[in-house]
Write a protein that binds this ligand. Structure first.
Ligand SMILES: NC(=O)C1=CN([C@@H]2O[C@H](COP(=O)(O)OP(=O)(O)OC[C@H]3O[C@@H](n4cnc5c(N)ncnc54)[C@H](O)[C@@H]3O)[C@@H](O)[C@H]2O)[C@@H](O)CC1
Ligand SMILES: Nc1ncnc2c1ncn2[C@@H]1O[C@H](COP(=O)(O)OP(=O)(O)O)[C@@H](O)[C@H]1O
Ligand SMILES: [Mg+2]
Length: 295
């Protein structure tokens, strides 16, 4: 396998201690899914495992739990109630609480859908979960509806919008990608969070630092590739990287996996499920280059 050159400033995921165990690499909890969208949270969960989280649990509406469970034997599932529209209801919080207490980090949003109950549930989690949390997809659309979008987060948060989702967050439907870049830095600074503005050249910023990601290609322009990124960021958080480093390293590895993948498949032929199979190659190339650099 060819050795890549690691760009300056790329965070270090340390090699594993030979005496480490699954508890060393964190308990990740991912909340998402709805009737019609069981796949997205499963892609996130599988990416979270592939990215190295020790224990991964997917909390999903009970109507889809059997489907979600069948996608991978290695993650656990936790059934929550399903409302009449196929979404999690607000009272799902009661059953979620036991898992929230155990979780070292949380991801919310993939495939969640939108409803009034979900608006309160997601905003409650975004405001009150005391440890690092990734907010993606419908999670972003739901926090975008908060009456006060200028209120900073009080715990570590990573928000991962594409341009459409970022436009909703800032309430500017016509914003161009160029305008969004400047706006993203301001937004991250104001809300005290890490913002991952996804696109052909993803920007990661905490309002002070910026990372312009060099990896990735249009093979990623396929449904579910962002869900994979969410799981990968969560995996880095579970392994105790801080929110900025977790986001930067995950974005880099996600793009690298796609770059390796399209050498063997094609850009049009790449699917998000296939991308999962190349995360391991990306981690191998990264670890090899990291170890060569440090020796
Ligand atoms: N297998 C599954 O179950 C999947 C479920 N998904 C879920 O579907 C729900 C809706 O997510 P979507 O992102 O499709 O919905 P959105 O409606 O937020 O975004 C998609 C729309 O935004 C536009 N857009 C503009 N700029 C864009 C950019 N830079 N990147 C991406 N899109 C851009 C697209 O053309 C498209 O019309 C989410 O809950 C998501 O998690 C998707 O992740 C796809 C896979
Ligand atoms: N042309 C492209 N070049 C590089 N990366 C891309 C390109 N198009 C999309 N991506 C990446 O693919 C992912 C798409 O995320 P998202 O739109 O949330 O997908 P989904 O919600 O379907 O999972 C992001 O990480 C984005 O940066
Ligand atoms: Mg998405």
């Amino acid at each position: 396998m060819s050795r890549i050159a690691l760009p300056a400033g790329l965070p270090v995921l340390p090699p594993r201690d030979p005496h480490s165990h699954k508890g060393t690499f964190g308990r990740a909890l991912l909340v998402g899914g709805s009737v019609g969208m069981p796949g997205s949270i499963s892609l996130s969960g599988r990416a979270c495992l592939k990215g190295g989280a020790g224990l991964v649990t997917l909390a999903v509406p009970d109507a889809i739990i059997n489907t979600v469970a069948t996608f991978d034997a290695a993650y656990m599932t936790w059934p929550l109630p399903t409302d009449r529209s196929g979404h999690l209801p607000l009272h799902a919080k009661a059953k979620l609480s036991a898992k929230l207490e155990q979780a070292d980090c949380l991801a919310v949003g993939p495939g969640l859908g939108q409803s009034r109950g979900l608006f309160f549930l997601v905003n409650d989690l975004a405001s009150n979960f005391p440890r690092p949390m990734v907010i993606d997809a419908d999670g972003l659309n739901l926090i975008a509806q908060r009456p006060d979008m200028t209120q900073p987060f009080t715990a570590p948060r990573v928000l991962t919008p594409h341009l459409g989702e970022f436009r909703r967050l800032v309430g500017k439907p016509q914003l161009t990608m160029e305008e969004a870049t400047g706006s993203a830095i301001e937004f991250a600074d104001k809300l005290q969070c890490v913002l991952v503005l996804k696109g052909s050249q993803t920007l990661v910023t905490d309002g002070t630092q910026q990372w312009n990601n060099p990896t990735g290609n249009p093979g990623l322009a396929t449904g579910g590739s962002g869900d994979v990124l969410t799981g990968l960021i969560t995996a880095m958080l579970a392994q105790q990287l801080n929110v900025y480093d977790a986001a930067v390293l995950a974005v880099f590895l996600h793009g690298l996996a796609a770059d390796i993948a399209v050498k063997q498949t094609s850009q049009p032929g790449l699917t998000a499920s296939d991308l999962l199979d190349f995360l391991e190659d990306a981690l191998c190339e990264y670890a090899e280059a990291r170890d060569a650099k440090s020796s």
